[in-house]
Design a protein around this ligand. Structure first.
Ligand SMILES: [Zn+2]
Length: 58
């Protein structure tokens, strides 16, 4: 499911528009960041490897 609701970064109002805030004309952004990103997965992998190698204390 796609997140349709956007939030204006200027006035903080929620809108369904994807380009501009209908109230103040400010830029809108998805209020919830994506749950997974390639960077996060890579960092998690590196962390697990370091933990396995004994570099990070439990
Ligand atoms: Zn606004």
């Amino acid at each position: 499911m796609r997140w349709l609701l956007r939030r204006c970064t200027r006035c903080g109002r929620y809108t369904l528009r994807r380009d501009r805030c209908p109230v103040c004309g400010g830029p809108v952004r998805v209020p919830h960041p994506p749950r997974f990103s390639p960077d996060d997965r890579f960092l998690r992998y590196k962390y697990l490897m370091a933990k396995k190698a004994g570099l990070i204390p439990p």
